[in-house]
Structure formats: structure tokens, C-alpha cells
Design a protein around this ligand. Structure first.
Ligand SMILES: NC(=O)c1ccc[n+]([C@@H]2O[C@H](COP(=O)([O-])OP(=O)(O)OC[C@H]3O[C@@H](n4cnc5c(N)ncnc54)[C@H](OP(=O)(O)O)[C@@H]3O)[C@@H](O)[C@H]2O)c1
Length: 239
């Protein structure tokens, strides 16, 4: 059985992913930044589970998160870097995409993911473990909720490949790039959902479980590293 840390796992894709690992009998560590009560409840109601509050954008929180995982579980086999943030800004509205917004996106989606991965690396090297980053098709195509968000996910995709190149053979690093997934994040995005349902070859939006299945598969695929796998119902091959 593995020890799996899923960041941002009180909601959406992270929650479905943590549950999938727990169903396999793995020890799961839930994490979130604000929803502490929900995280504690999940840890209590899931077998072999823990919860650690931490903001992945804070270096001290990342160090404490990994230290807590090792103290409570003794090892770390899989790190799922799912926590992320966005701002919806029309791509044409250049003034609205201020440098402060760029910083906010990169602080969590890129710097946070990087510093948690670095903090986790010694433990992952010991366990010959793996990282799965949760990116977005916005990092592969000129699309997404805003230009700063899309650029942060493009950076995350390249980080995935570059990191995979240097941390093998002990550690594998891959990413999933979800398309439109029904989570609290996309609640109310009805026009985009309708577009996806009409254009994607699979003719529907995605569920958190659709993404979780691929994350679990990548975490258990011993000869795959440095890959970014789109989980988008075929949207990127149709547009
Ligand atoms: N939904 C989509 O269509 C879609 C598409 C492409 C990519 N993605 C990516 O999928 C990931 C998850 O999205 P989702 O739709 O499942 O979102 P969600 O339902 O809004 O869940 C986000 C989770 O991340 C946590 N979180 C946010 N910032 C954090 C931080 N700095 N440190 C620790 N935890 C943090 C939140 O905790 P609190 O509740 O405590 O704030 C929450 O548990 C994101 O990386 C996103 O970019 C989503």
C-alpha cells in the first residue's frame, strides 16, 4: 500500500483523486487551504486518512506539510500536485490581466507546485515514488480562463518534463491536463460547458472521476515519465 498526498483535496478533482486512492487501500493525506473542517471530516470518515492544512504557495507550509506526512505515515510514495487557482479574465482585456494577477497565478500554480515537489523529493527518492501534476489543456492550447492562468499551466507542463528528466530513475513525474470538468470551480460556466458538449468527440463535460482515473493510472504506470496527458473528451483534437 502506498502513502499518497493530494493537495487541494477537499473539493473537485483533488477530492475524487484522494477517494480513488483510498478505495485501493492506500493511505491518503488530504490537504486544503481554507476548508479545514471539511478536510478534518474527510480524514475521519476515510480509512487510513489524514488531513493537513497548508497553503502550497508558502514555503514554510510546504516544509511542514511534508514533515507532517512523514511523521504520521512514515513515507511518501505519490504526490499529486492538484491545488491550483484561477481568475476569469477575457483574453482581450489586457489591462485587467495585471502583473499582480500574473503573480497570484504563478505563486500557486507554478512556484507552489515547484516548492512542494522539491520538499517532497528526498522522500520520493527513498520510496521510488512519483509525482502527478494537475495542469490544464489551457497550458497546451491558446485557451483558458485567462492568459495568466493559461501561461502558468504551460509553465507547469514544461516543469513536468524538465523535472522528469533529472529525477529519474528513482522518481517519475507526469501531468494530466483536464479539459472542462464539472467541479465547484466551473459552476455557472454554462456557455463553456455547452460549447464542450457540442464540439468534443465524447459530447460531454468531464467528471472529477474521469480525471482521477488517469491520475491513479499515471501514478501506477512504472514505465511512463515526463508525459502530459489530456483528459478532455477529445476537445483538443476537435478544435
Ligand atoms: N475544473 C476544471 O474544469 C479544470 C480544468 C483544467 C484544470 N483544472 C485544474 O484542476 C485543479 C483542481 O481544480 P478543481 O476544479 O477541482 O477546483 P476546486 O473544486 O475549486 O478545488 C480546489 C481545491 O484546491 C484547494 N486549494 C486552492 N489553493 C490552494 C493552495 N494555495 N494550497 C492548498 N490548497 C489549495 C482548495 O482548498 P479550499 O477549499 O480550502 O480553498 C480546494 O480544495 C486545479 O489545479 C485546476 O487548475 C480544473
Amino acid at each position: 500500500m502506498s502513502v499518497v498526498l493530494v493537495t487541494g483535496s477537499t473539493s473537485g478533482i483533488g477530492l475524487a483523486t484522494a477517494r480513488r486512492f483510498a478505495e485501493r487501500g492506500d493511505t491518503v493525506v488530504f490537504n486544503s487551504i481554507h476548508s479545514v473542517e471539511a478536510g478534518e471530516h474527510l480524514a475521519e470518515s476515510t480509512a487510513n486518512a489524514h488531513y493537513v492544512q497548508a497553503d502550497i504557495a508558502q514555503a514554510e507550509d510546504c516544509a511542514r506539510l511534508i514533515a507532517d506526512v512523514l511523521e504520521q505515515c512514515g513515507r511518501l510514495d505519490v504526490l499529486v500536485n492538484n491545488a491550483g487557482t484561477t481568475k476569469v479574465i477575457a483574453h482581450r482585456d489586457l489591462e485587467a490581466a495585471s502583473v499582480d494577477i500574473w503573480r497570484e497565478m504563478f505563486e500557486v500554480n507554478v512556484f507552489g507546485t515547484w516548492q512542494l515537489s522539491v520538499a517532497a523529493m528526498p522522500a520520493l527518492q527513498m520510496s521510488k515514488g512519483s509525482i502527478v501534476n494537475v495542469s490544464s489543456i489551457a497550458g497546451m492550447r491558446p485557451t483558458g480562463s485567462s492568459i495568466p492562468y493559461a501561461a502558468s499551466k504551460a509553465a507547469l507542463n514544461h516543469m513536468t518534463t524538465l523535472l522528469a528528466k533529472v529525477v529519474g530513475p528513482e522518481v517519475r513525474v507526469n501531468a494530466v491536463a483536464p479539459g472542462f470538468i464539472d467541479t465547484p470551480w466551473t459552476q455557472g460556466w454554462d456557455a463553456v460547458r455547452g460549447y464542450v458538449q457540442s464540439v468534443a468527440p465524447l459530447r460531454r463535460s468531464g467528471t472529477p472521476d474521469d480525471v482521477a482515473d488517469v491520475i491513479v493510472a499515471l501514478a501506477s504506470s512504472s514505465y511512463v515519465t515526463g508525459q502530459v496527458v489530456a483528459v478532455d473528451g477529445g476537445l483538443t483534437i476537435a478544435t
